[in-house]
Write a protein that binds this ligand. Sequence first.
Ligand code: G
Ligand code: G
Ligand code: MN
Ligand code: NA
Length: 252
Amino acid sequence: LYLESEIRHGLEQSQFTLYLQPKVNMDGMTKGFESLVRWDHPERGIISPAEFIPAMESMGFISQLDNWILEASFRQLKVLEPHHPEIVISVNISSTHFTKHSFLVFLNECLQKYPINPNRLELEITETLLMENMNEGREVINTIKQMGVRIAIDDFGTGYSSLSYLKNLPVDTLKIDRVFIKDIPDSESDKQISSVIIFLAKQLNFTVVAEGVETLAQLNFLKDNHCDQAQGFYFSKPIASHKAIIMLESER
Ligand code: G
Ligand code: G
Ligand code: MN
Ligand code: NA
């Protein structure tokens, strides 16, 4: 359980840190990173966002956290660009924050302050969020695309959206939820679902990323089905951001 005072103190004391998890192509080359926050708590150690993000959402702190992660990701893009000019960083944006005007204002400020190509930044929004706020969501996505920033649909397949609906939105990337990946190659139905999602998504010109890839067998299945990118413990866990340069340099 997290007390409001504890979270406030954590934000003031900069106890939150940015971790990066690589997204690789089918040859294992790094194409981007997903920004994932960690709470480096002085007494409790490293805490996963799954534990504290719901509390932050209900207490009204999530905008502050998401904006902090967003700005830290812009800084990382500047740092990593010399080592990989095409690198993309994806940032998770909470549903409660995404449709706020203040979010678009902050995003714009960052684009002014950090001169990077805006299409090096991708914002991940969950499929469920999008379906719950369809009209507002569509408007915000259109505005963000006009800024040149990329949009990814996170956890795809767990909600109720259809690809035909998404094709009418300026979405760049679909991330297949890891529930469909985890039982490959044993589960025939998960193999069928994943291969159909990949096939249709590619027909509609989305970049397709498989999440939660943990084994070579899963990677080989994705490769056979022409998936674009993969992310998961098979390649790397989320790493402290200073290690990202070392990773990129080792691939040169
Ligand atoms: O990092 P992981 O290992 O434990 O993340 C758990 C959940 O927290 C995931 O659903 C992920 O999308 C979410 N998450 C991680 N970092 C952030 C962040 O900076 N902002 C928001 N809103 N969610 C995040
Ligand atoms: O909801 P979102 O897709 O943003 O969640 C990212 C979460 O997935 C993070 O908690 C991250 O630590 C976790 N994750 C990343 N790779 C793997 C993996 O290979 N296996 C599992 N079980 N979790 C993963
Ligand atoms: Mn994500
Ligand atoms: Na996901």
